[in-house]
Design a protein around this ligand. Structure first.
Ligand code: RUQ
Ligand code: CUA
Ligand code: CA
Length: 645
């Protein structure tokens, strides 16, 4: 049988060049067993996504590692996902704003503390009245990695929560959330980007909705009196640095590569509250923030204090040194700084164009040498519904075009030449994507090390691209090879609700640990608690019960395949805190602790300690077990809580 006949397609359909022949050849040589499909023979190699095969570069065979990490927003799932690229394999889910069943995020004492300590006093009180200590829902959009001098430094990932007006930080050494902060005076944090130079530095974030300040039941009926703030958070301490009051609302934001400016888009300069009002004007604007001018005012104390935050007035009519308002056609969406450090691109959304703003001209604008419109050096036509732009580091920009369902590749220099009157078409290629693309991002493109290899198109609709799973369809994250002159679509990746944005980071920039450091500051509270009970955490096993408070602390160790206690006894009505240290010092040996019938489950990584508190209000025998398959005798890794009536 010829090579062609085996799969019903020609060798040329399957393989574009000799590299791909080698790839399939090596799989065959690895002894991959053939599957018989409908009378034909399909090898595991040909069962791989055919489009991925077509590129010859996207395939990552079993056992081999990806070249890039992808950090994906989990949208209104409230989490962050880690993917490997180019395989698009999902490697990990990091719970952030959500309550997470497998790891006990939102249930353990440690995660509850992280989720609650950065909330405002008003929110804490509100949640307390609902019987909650924190929110358990979030709507994430924009994951961004910390920088040093415009390059990713692998320390932290930051992400916003639109629904409950928060931001969070993930420690990338352990890939766990370590800080959550509610932004006062704001309402629905949407845009989030980081200071790139000299380092992160500030986390910039946008309030999308306008509210009365203070928002306490007064001045509700006149939306013209509402305000909107741009926020800078200290990314090291995760405390508020300052805020700027602006005219209009704020959608997305970005920052330059020199540490001088941040920029935000505004789709509601009309300051309306209905769709008709928000789209009434022919134009909106972007606001450019002068960071040094704002810092000087904060330092000099020339600020108002609202809810403990230093706020400067950067509204249009204030004509302050803090802001400039650049007119843009109605309802723009994103602002994306190019990795060359020279330009920032504003996508038109309702206008079929993008705006190229030159940072050096922004210097001249603040110096009063030129007018607002003069910072725009090009305004090329791209397609219907441009939303986001990314870059390849070779002078090309790639804009997602929602209504046309396309990624449009265009050249920035050519756009500027065209604006100067030269007869050039900056558009290089339009590639169909499936369907209605929102964010797009290219490998390393949010840093000055943009390498122009891969691009993802995060499509809002998958429609017919996958097997039907009922009325709720997955989104479709498509991988596009941009290494050559032509963009090539190589992979469709279904995803659950709803990756808004993602970044693609070379693996050399990310270096997580394999095992926890038992002396990590994240365990300091637990060490102190054990000490106060006269115990050493991770060494001693003991039940301590306070007859007066009816509080019980159970210190336990886990060591595959046993817990250090086969049983412990409490009295009905006791408040029980179980503190477990996983003393296994072995890579990939995570244990769990699940208490049957008590809604209790938590992850305990190697060398980590975790704790959970619950009310033992059901007399009887209740088994606890390890839910992480850890050993041949994992099923037997269990014990009993005896609750005396
Ligand atoms: S936004 S689909 Cu939330 Cu980043 Cu544009
Ligand atoms: Cu420990 Cu399963
Ligand atoms: Ca508008």
């Amino acid at each position: 049988m010829s090579e062609e006949n085996k799969t019903g397609m020609t060798r040329r359909d399957l393989l574009g060049n000799s590299i791909k022949v080698a790839a399939v050849g090596s799989l065959a040589g690895m002894g991959v067993s053939p599957m018989v499909v409908g009378g034909g023979v399909l090898t595991a190699a040909t069962a791989l996504p055919l489009a991925a095969m077509a590129s010859g570069t996207a395939e990552v065979p079993p056992g081999q590692l990806d070249e890039y990490y992808g950090f994906w927003s989990g949208g209104h799932s409230g989490e962050v996902r880690v993917l490997g690229l180019p395989s698009m394999r999902e490697l990990m889910r990091i719970p952030v704003f959500n309550r997470e069943s497998a790891t006990g995020w939102g249930l353990t004492n440690e995660s509850k503390k992280i989720l609650s300590e950065g909330l405002t006093p008003e929110t804490k009180e509100f949640l307390h009245k609902q019987g909650m200590v924190s929110y358990d829902h979030g709507d994430t959009h924009h994951p961004r990695m910390s920088y040093t001098d415009g390059s990713y430094d692998g320390r932290y990932l930051y992400i916003n929560d639109k629904s409950n007006t928060r931001i969070a930080r993930i420690r990338l050494d352990i890939m766990k959330t370590d800080k959550v902060l509610e932004i006062p005076n704001a309402h629905a944090i949407h845009g989030l980007r980081l200071q790139r130079y000299p380092k992160t530095g500030y986390v910039f974030c946008n309030s999308e909705m306008r509210i009365p300040m203070p928002n306490n039941g007064h001045d509700m009926t006149d939306p013209k009196k509402y305000t909107c703030v741009f926020s800078a958070v200290d990314g090291e301490t995760m405390k508020m640095a300052w805020q700027v009051m602006v005219s209009g609302n704020l959608d997305n934001c970005d920052a330059d590569y020199k540490g001088k400016y941040a920029i935000s888009t505004c789709y509601n300069s009309e300051e309306g509250v209905t769709l008709a009002e928000m789209t009434a004007s022919p134009s909106d604007h972007v606001v450019i923030f002068n960071i040094q001018a704002i810092e000087a005012a904060v330092k000099a104390g020339k600020v108002a204090i609202h809810n403990g935050v230093a706020v400067v007035d950067g509204r249009k009519e204030a004509k302050s040194p803090f802001t400039r308002y650049i007119p843009i056609a109605n309802n723009p969406h994103d602002a994306n700084a190019a990795p060359d450090g020279k330009y920032v691109i504003v996508s038109g959304k309702l206008s079929p164009t993008v705006y190229v703003i030159e940072w050096d001209k922004v210097d001249e604008l603040f110096e009063g040498k030129i007018g607002e419109k003069d910072v725009i050096v090009a305004n090329p036509e791209i397609g219907l519904g441009p939303l986001h732009t990314t870059f390849d580091g070779r002078g090309n920009a790639y804009t997602s075009v929602f209504l046309d369902s396309q990624i449009v590749k265009w050249n920035i220099d050519d756009a500027i030449r065209q604006a100067k009157g030269e007869k050039v078409n900056p558009v290089r290629q339009k590639l169909d994507v499936h369907y209605q693309v929102g964010h797009t991002n290219a490998s390393m493109a949010e840093s000055k090390d943009a390498d122009g290899k891969w691009l993802v198109a995060l499509c809002k609709f998958s429609k017919d691209r996958f097997l039907n799973v009922g009325p709720l369809k997955p989104e479709n994250d498509q991988l596009i090879d941009i290494s050559g002159d032509e963009m090539k679509l190589v992979h469709d990746g279904p995803t659950f609700a709803e990756p808004h944005d993602a970044i693609i980071v070379h693996k050399s920039k990310v270096n997580p640990v394999e095992v926890y450091n038992k002396d990590d500051p994240m365990f300091a509270d637990l060490h102190a608690l054990a000490k106060s009970d006269g115990l050493e955490l991770g060494k001693d096993s003991k039940v301590i019960r306070d007859e007066k408070t009816k509080k019980v602390r159970v210190y336990m160790l886990s060591h595959a395949p046993t817990f250090s206690m086969t049983d412990f006894s409490v009295k009905k009505g006791d408040e029980v805190t179980v503190i477990i240290t996983n003393i296994d010092d072995v890579v990939d040996l995570t244990h769990g602790f699940t208490m049957v019938g008590h809604n209790v489950c938590m992850e305990i990584g190697p060398q980590a300690t975790a704790s959970v508190t619950f009310k033992a209000d059901r007399a009887g025998v209740w088994y606890y077990y390890c839910q992480w398959f850890c050993h041949a005798l994992h099923m037997e890794m269990q014990g009993r809580m005896l609750v005396e009536a």
